[in-house]
Ligand binder design. Sequence first.
Ligand code: HBI
Ligand code: FE
Length: 290
Amino acid sequence: MNDSTSPGPPAGAAADWTIPQDWARYTADEHRVWDTLFARQGALLPGRVAPEFLDGLDVLKLSKPGIPDFDELSEVLTKRTGWRVVAVPGLVPEEVFFEHLANRRFPAGNFIRRADQLDYLQEPDVFHDVFGHVPLLAHPVFADYMQAYGAGGLRAMEFGAMHRLARLYWYTVEFGLVRSDEGLRIYGAGIVSSFGESRFALDDPSPNRLRFDLARVLRTKYRIDDFQQTYFVVDSFEKLLHTTLNTDFAPLYEALADQPDLEITDILPDDKVYHRGTQAYADGKLQAAE
Ligand code: HBI
Ligand code: FE
């Protein structure tokens, strides 16, 4: 009996919205799109991306040409961190998504963008999900964070705090940066899988880069249709996991209830600022839009 608020699974999908990946169905063109995207990011990411991401690519043998077979991927991944990759037709309702993460199942789109859409993505496709998200699931600490996030998401729904957990996901799992001895590094899947944003996120003077603070992120709005205008930097994956596991979210939600949301480009007096953005990109876009 599914919750009346969310639609049931589409035809052909199981109650948890999973579908067969049907790997044999992919065409040579679709495999070629994956190879093109992989080659572009593979050339761009070394020196930009957290080294743990590259280790994940390596361990999961993702440099093998063509769209990965989720069963093969899950074989290796479960031995490492207990995670599996399951195929879904696209975005799934929040509670279905959290339930999968809480059980160490990563729901990955089984479709890939067209060759004329390399840089534009409506919904997370197999390249965003598998190239962007899966390599870090081979890293034990990050794998535990993702499971803790899923469990936290299920609890957040009871507090009506889903929108806050969505922000935490957005500013870490999707668009997070991490500190390293050599400087800031990318780890968010939304950046890692994007040719343009893999450079913008680290090099462009436009966006803010602020030190991650849980309460701060839970108050901060985000946008889904363009490059981010603020990135949050975690000290390490260990600290991100520790914070998530050791925070009692209920009193935190209480405390945040009467604090106003923060605009995307806001910088607070007690923010630790790695870079105060010029916001030129956003202004440029806005001018273009006017
Ligand atoms: N469904 N397949 C899929 N992939 C996602 O990344 C995803 C989702 N549903 C909801 C969702 N993400 C976000 O709302 C998260 O913040 C929960
Ligand atoms: Fe994603």
